[in-house]
Design a protein around this ligand. Structure first.
Ligand code: ES4
Ligand code: ZN
Length: 367
């Protein structure tokens, strides 16, 4: 376990990768000069992370450090007490803790520190392009100005390529358990302040909050020239995936694993090459699948679906993108061929410009 407390002021720590315990720097892909590992770890592939909630990267240590800096009393005595809460029974049980922990995010610096910690860790994981969701309503609703949240995250993303070798885009995600009016209001504010967002997403409690509830929001986003994605088919039925595509005109589906219950839908998704941003460790921790061994990813690949592997809320679900790949390889025997396909899918399905995609595909050996 890491030492606590961190030195604070500006937090620049990041959780250590479980697979490379000595790696501290973003360029840790370099093989260690001495003491080669007994078993050669699989090559770190360049990937695009397409499904990542920045608030879901708040590690327990950073939660405590920010609480101390902001004079916030947490309802947990120590790290172990907080970690004991990371046993989820479903999506809502996770969301309750995820929103509660956001209370420590108060200043622009807090949002910047959280973002920087993610990029440090993502670089170690092989992430070379990241499309990062932020939940503005979760902050505005507790009195944090929209500018504080957006500017804090965006200030770090602005230099991510130079500092970490990761190109980034910001996506404003809207909470589907709130009203469409609330979402429209925040979207108009984001547009008015010229927020550096590439697109919008739709997240939070899925069941009972179908895509049809947000038709006007997505139409407005499209009119404003924004890219569009939505969570669908995580806990919700396959019909939510169909509706997200038809009613919201989304370009990617976040999760989408329940498409496997509808062969006709699978056929359509394969034909249209609709990207599905799958998050295996998330699905296990939220009990969407029983174990990783039961995960539909191999069947999705075999069906020819355009799937990628992503970390969702890595601080809560037991790992970053590299951890997801390592466990898929260990538990499901995912082949090198499939790992390269998943990496290639992630790059091709991103909203990066064509030059950046070509650059990353060339690195992957897929130009
Ligand atoms: C989320 Cl895993 C998941 N599903 C839906 N909404 C979310 N927000 C953050 N993580
Ligand atoms: Zn998600």
């Amino acid at each position: 376990m890491r030492a606590y407390p961190y030195r604070m002021e500006t937090y620049d720590g990041a959780p250590e990768p479980s697979t490379e315990p000595d790696a501290e720097q973003p360029d840790a892909a370099q093989p260690a000069a001495e003491e080669p590992a007994a078993e050669e770890p699989s090559k770190l592939l360049p990937v695009a992370e397409l499904h990542l909630h920045i608030e879901g990267t708040l590690e327990p240590e950073l939660i405590f450090a920010l609480a101390e800096r902001n004079g916030i009393q947490l309802p947990y005595a120590d790290l172990d007490e907080l970690r004991a809460r990371y046993e989820f029974t479903d999506l809502q049980s996770f969301l309750d803790l995820y929103y509660a922990n956001m209370a420590v995010l108060q200043t622009e610096q807090d949002f910047a520190d959280m973002t920087r910690a993610y990029l440090v860790r993502a670089a170690v994981a092989g992430v070379r392009h990241a499309e990062i969701m932020v939940d503005p309503q979760a902050h505005v609703s507790r009195g944090v100005p929209l500018e504080t949240c957006v500017n804090g995250v965006a200030s770090v993303l602005a230099n991510s390529l130079e500092e970490f070798g990761i190109s980034t885009l910001l996506i404003a995600a809207f909470l589907r358990d709130l009203s469409e009016e609330s979402a429209l209001e925040v979207l108009e504010q984001l547009l008015a302040m010229n927020a550096p967002i590439a697109g919008i997403g739709l997240d939070s409690a899925e069941v009972g909050n179908p895509p049809a509830k947000f038709e006007r929001l997505f139409a407005r986003a499209k009119e404003a020239g924004l890219r569009r994605i939505a969570h669908a088919g995580e806990e919700g039925p396959p019909s939510y995936i169909i509706d997200a595509l038809e009613l919201l005109d989304v370009e990617r589906i976040d999760h989408g694993i329940r498409c496997m219950e509808d062969p006709e839908l699978v056929e359509h998704l394969v034909e249209e090459r609709v990207p599905l941003t799958v998050c295996p460790l998330s699905n296990v921790r939220l009990r969407t699948v029983d174990t990783l061994a039961d995960h539909p990813l191999p069947a999705m690949l075999a069906a020819g679906l355009n799937v990628s592997v992503n970390s969702d809320d890595p601080a809560y679900f037991g790992g970053y993108v590299d951890d997801n790949f390592v466990q898929l390889e260990t538990v499901l025997g995912l082949s090198e061929f499939d790992r390269v396909r998943l990496a290639s899918n992630s790059i091709r399905s991103s909203f990066a410009d064509e030059d950046r995609k070509a650059e990353l595909l060339a690195e992957l050996g897929h130009s």
